[in-house]
Design a protein around this ligand. Structure first.
Ligand SMILES: Cc1cc2nc3c(=O)[nH]c(=O)nc-3n(C[C@H](O)[C@H](O)[C@H](O)COP(=O)(O)OP(=O)(O)OC[C@H]3O[C@@H](n4cnc5c(N)ncnc54)[C@H](O)[C@@H]3O)c2cc1C
Length: 512
């Protein structure tokens, strides 16, 4: 038993989960959570989704809290992609959703019950602290991190989409995605129920929509801490059918761009960062709360096993880095998919569904076809009739389809030597952001190059680099209307086959 004093900045999921677990494993520690909001109901955001994996990990670490969270959650919704050409049902009742305020109330009560002190309405000042350990769990805009940026090796990249996190006062009958608008102004909504009388209704606008709908002007007129009433009124009109005529619920709601936070080190001196303060992953893979809670679990374990604070912090970081890095990569690809959503307009809903489900690179065509055989059959029709019925043979079927007309040299979708000749441009791409300014410049160059028709993209073999090439290929083939062939190592063949199936690229060159 340690008699350590532990100050936790932030009563979000990370701070509260860590507080309870640290106190459980070390009852003599004096654990205090400082939360600047005066109550859990004044928190930002509406509902968050919790996956089966999150609940499994929470159950293993803290069955009591897992059970309380499960009881307070809303279960059982399907996921529907509402397209202009019809709807596609994606999957059933696997995920739970819970109001953020409810989740925080459950976590706060469970922490308080075992002796954690909660100081609500208190903004923490690090300089005034004499604690043995300071846990910065103060979210994506962490002030604590701001004071230690250099020591921690901080960087942030803002996404291109503008989003608004709203709610509605009824439970939508399914979770759904839909795109609505007028002319160039096309908004995307992600909605899901999280209580009998509440749903999250998150809306995105890409840069074309931002310009076309004049959203910058609306945004500029909003005061600090205010709600963008003009944009809300516009969105209520655009999504009137989906909203069933109801109003959007807001809570200091305005357009934002998602910040992807990365740190070279998650601790310095007696300060350790957890949750969004240490790392963020785009909300479209719904895993920020999961990562935040799992950080709390790992930090409590590391502090229990190591008397030396620095050793404990290192053990925590070592345990968590691999999982966090993996989710960051999945999230980055998912973010790109949503940033380029417009590029898939006009496609069959089944094709969009296949593209959506394989967007992050962790699901193969076989995985998809096993679960949705009919959808897969329709989605693959652009490659020819009658795909094989055994899902595990689909990669070979897809890659053996005849090459597209525009690629005269390719007898199938998989070639073993890259196309060559005066009409071929070969690009080596090692940038993992396919929507970066460098990618925009490449797009312009390719579109302006009337001599060379086909683009071959090559680059490093790491799956994260391959994923970025495939996503860049989709931008090139849609925006610059050129056939694109992507070089992939044989280990990434399933991901590449899914990319051909989802029209991210026209063909692949596999290398040993
Ligand atoms: C639009 C959107 C949708 C999302 N949807 C999902 C989803 O469906 N599923 C999911 O798992 N995740 C989702 N997330 C991510 C999730 O909200 C975060 O990853 C999660 O809340 C991180 O928890 P945290 O405790 O690290 O930080 P936070 O939840 O941000 O909590 C930080 C807390 O610190 C407090 N604080 C800040 N500074 C101070 C200070 N100086 N003193 C005292 N207190 C302070 C804040 O008031 C806040 O309560 C979404 C995020 C966004 C932006």
């Amino acid at each position: 038993m340690s008699h350590r004093t532990i100050d936790i900045i932030g009563g979000g999921p990370a701070g509260l989960a860590a507080a309870r677990l640290i106190k459980l494993t070390d009852p003599d520690a004096a654990v205090t959570v400082y939360e600047r909001a005066s109550s859990n109901t004044s928190t930002f955001g509406f509902g968050v989704g919790l996956t089966g994996a999150t609940m499994k990990n929470l159950t293993a670490a803290d069955p009591h809290v897992a059970e309380r969270v499960r009881e307070a959650s809303y279960a059982g919704h399907r996921l529907t992609l509402r397209g202009s050409e019809g709807d596609v049902e994606l999957h059933g009742a696997r995920n739970l959703a819970i109001g953020r305020a409810t989740l925080l109330a459950v976590l706060a009560d469970a922490a308080r019950d075992i002796g954690v002190r909660l100081q609500m309405g208190t903004r923490y000042e690090m300089t005034e602290s004499s604690a043995d350990v300071i846990v910065a769990a103060d979210g994506a805009n962490s002030e604590a991190r701001g004071k230690l940026e250099t020591e921690l090796g901080f960087s942030v990249e803002h996404g291109r989409l503008h989003f608004m996190w709203c709610g509605v006062d009824f439970a939508t009958d399914t979770a759904f995605f839909t795109s609505k608008g007028h002319g160039d102004a096309q908004f995307v909504a992600h909605a899901y129920p999280y209580a009998a009388d509440r749903s999250t209704f998150l809306i995105e606008a890409d840069e074309v929509t931002w310009e076309a709908a004049g959203l910058a002007t609306n945004d500029a007129a909003v005061e600090k801490g205010g709600t963008d009433e003009k944009s809300i009124a516009l969105l209520e009109e655009v999504f009137a059918n989906d909203l069933q005529g109801r109003r959007l619920l807001t809570n200091r709601t305005r357009w934002a761009r998602f910040p992807t936070v990365s740190l070279e080190r998650w601790h310095t001196g007696n300060v350790v960062l957890i949750g969004d303060a240490a790392h963020t992953a785009h909300y479209t893979i719904g895993s920020g709360t999961k990562l935040a809670i799992e950080d709390g679990i790992a930090l409590a374990e590391a502090l229990a096993e190591n008397r030396d604070v620095t050793a404990a912090f290192s053990a925590y970081e070592e345990a968590r880095r691999p999982a966090v890095d993996r989710f960051k990569l999945l999230a980055a690809r998912s973010q790109t998919w949503w940033e380029t959503f417009r590029n898939r307009s006009g496609r069959l809903p089944e094709e969009i569904a296949l593209s959506y489900m394989t967007r992050a690179g962790n699901l193969t065509i076989a995985d998809y076809a096993r679960e949705y055989p009919e959808n897969a059959r329709t989605a693959l029709r652009h490659l020819g009739e009658a795909p094989v019925s055994e899902p595990e043979r689909l990669d070979d079927w897809v890659l053996s389809r005849p090459g597209p007309d525009a690629l005269a040299q390719a007898e199938s979708r998989e070639v073993h030597t890259p196309p060559a000749g005066p009409d071929v441009r070969t690009v080596t791409w090692a940038n993992r952001n396919p929507t970066s300014a460098a990618a925009d410049r490449l797009l312009e160059e390719v579109a302006a190059d009337t001599d060379r028709c086909t683009t071959v993209i090559t680059g490093p073999e790491d799956p994260a680099d391959v994923g970025a090439r495939l996503d860049l290929a989709e931008r090139l083939r849609v925006d610059a209307s050129r056939p694109v062939v992507v070089e992939v190592p044989v280990a990434s063949r399933p991901m590449a086959a899914a990319a051909v199936a989802a029209r991210r690229c026209d063909a692949i060159v596999t290398t040993a």
